[in-house]
Design a protein around this ligand. Sequence first.
Ligand code: ADP
Length: 536
Amino acid sequence: MHGSMMTTPLTLTPFLERARLLFSDREIVSRLPSKALHRTTYGDFARRSLQLAAALTAAGLRKGDRVATLMWNHSAHLEAYFGIPAAGGVLHTLNLRLHPDQLAWIINDAADRFLIVDDVLLPILAKVQDRVKLEKIFVVASSGAPVPPGFESYEDLLSSAPSGFTPPALAESDVAGLCYTSGTTGNPKGVAYTHRSTVLHCLAVSLADTLAVSGRETVLPVVPMFHVNAWGLPFAAVMVGAKLVLPGPHLDAESLLELFEKEQVTLTAGVPTIWMGILAALEQAPSRWKLQRMRMVVGGSAVPESVIRGFDRHGQTVVHAWGMTETSPVGTVSHLSPALANASEDERYQARARQGTPVPLVEIRAVGDTGPVAWDGQSMGELQVRGPWIAGSYFGGSQDPDKFTADGWFRTGDVVTIDRHGCVKITDRTKDLIKSGGEWISSVDLENALIGHPAVKEACVIAVTHPKWAERPLAAVVLKPGAQATAAELRAFLEPRFARWWVPEAYAFVAEIPKTSAGKFLKSALRDQFKDWKWD
Ligand code: ADP
C-alpha cells in the first residue's frame, strides 16, 4: 500500500518565501562594532538572502561547495545562513576564537572555496591567509570603513546579483551546513548537517517543551553563530518569525543587559560563563535594568544550581539544555516534570540543574561496562544518542568506533545517570573522570557546589595522581575580587554535602582558569599545570 501524503523535501529555502509573505515587517536588530544598532526587517533579509544565493551562483558556486563565514552575530551572517544553502552551497561557520593553526587546518580540511568575513575580523584572517586557498573573499563593512584593497565587497556582491534567479531544487539529503567540533577532545572533526536534519532540529527546538521559540518572542542568541549554529536559534527564529536581536561583538555583561532592556528580549541563550557575569552585574545593581521576564537557555557546560537560584531572585528563568556539535546541538532540555509539582523547593532546583529529558525523536541510553545501565538515577554510563539530527559519521565519512557503536548510536563521551523519568544528569566527560581508590568522583558536582560558596567566582575540579588512591580531586579556585577563603573553609563547606572521600584535600587558588574557544574550562591545561602536585 502507498501512503497518500506528499513527500515534500525538508529544505530551508521555503523559509525565505514564508518570511517574505508572512512577517516581512518583523525586525532584525544587529549591534555594530561601533555599538550603534542596525535595524532591518525579515522582508529585506529574505530579499537579500536570495540575492546572495543568486550572486554566489553567478560567481561560480556549485552544489555542495563550501562557503565559510568568519563573522559575529548580525544580519549579514543570517543572510549567509540562508543564502548559501539556498544556492545549494554549504554554510561553514568558522570559530573566530580558534588558534590560527587550527583555523587554517579546518579551512583546508573543509576545502572552503569562498569566505565571507567581517572587516573587523580581517586581522584574524591575516594570520591564516597564506596557508589556505580561498578563491574569493567577500568583506562585510561592519565598521563602516571602505573595504580594503585586495578584497571584494559583500555589498557589491549582493548588488551584482542577476535578476530572475530561481533557487535550485534541492533534496533534503543535500548538505546545508558544516561545523567543526572545538577540538577539546583531539583534532577538530567536521559534522555535515543536511537540510533535513536542520529543518527537523528547527521544528523540535521550537516546541513548547523544548525552547518554545515562537513569533511572539524576541530572541537574542548570545551564543555565537559560529558555535553549533547558535544552537539552531537563528533557523528557528526565521521559521517562526521571532524578532531577532543580534549582539555583534559586544558580549560583556553591561552591553548585553542594555540590549535586553532596550529591545525587550524574552528569550536568550549562552554558555554558563556569560550568565555568571550577568548575574554578578544584576546582584550589584538590581534595579538598574528594567528587564522583561526572560527565559535564558544555558548549555555547553553544566549550569550550577546557585546560578538558577540567583536568576530566580531577579525574576529570570534559567532553562538548562545539553547538546554537542554532533547533535545539531539540542539533545536534552530540563523542564520541571509535573511529577515534581509537589516536590520540595530543593528537589525542584536539583531537577532544574540536571540536563533534562531527550527532545522528541532523540533516543538516549547510558552504557556501562556490561551494557545499558538502569534508569535509576544512580548507575553511571556513557550517554549514547540517536535520532534524525544526530551525526552518523563525520565529514569525510569517518565512523570511528570510539564515536559510533556497531548498533547505530553516537557515543557522546559524557558520563551520566538517567533517572526513572528519563532525566539525564551529567557527572563528567569520560576523559575528565576522577577515579579515587577505584571509585568514580563527579568533578561537575564538586564544581557546582563550590560555586555556591559566597567567596568563589569559578571552580574547576580535576584529577591529580595520588600515591595511595591513584587519583584524587584537586579544586582550582578563583576567588571573587576582594573575597577571601582558605582551603580549610572550602573543605568544611563541602563536607556536609558529599561523601567524605569525594571532598578534595587539595586546593589551588589561581587568578584564572584556562578556557576553550567556547568558554569552557580547559581541564587538560589544568591537569598539565598540576601534574606534579605534592601531597603532604
Ligand atoms: P567539544 O566537544 O569540543 O567541547 P561541543 O561544543 O560540541 O564541543 O561540546 C559538547 C560537550 O559539552 C558535551 O559533550 C558535554 O560534555 C558538554 N556540555 C554541553 N552541554 C552541557 C550541559 N548542559 N551540562 C554539562 N555539559 C554540557
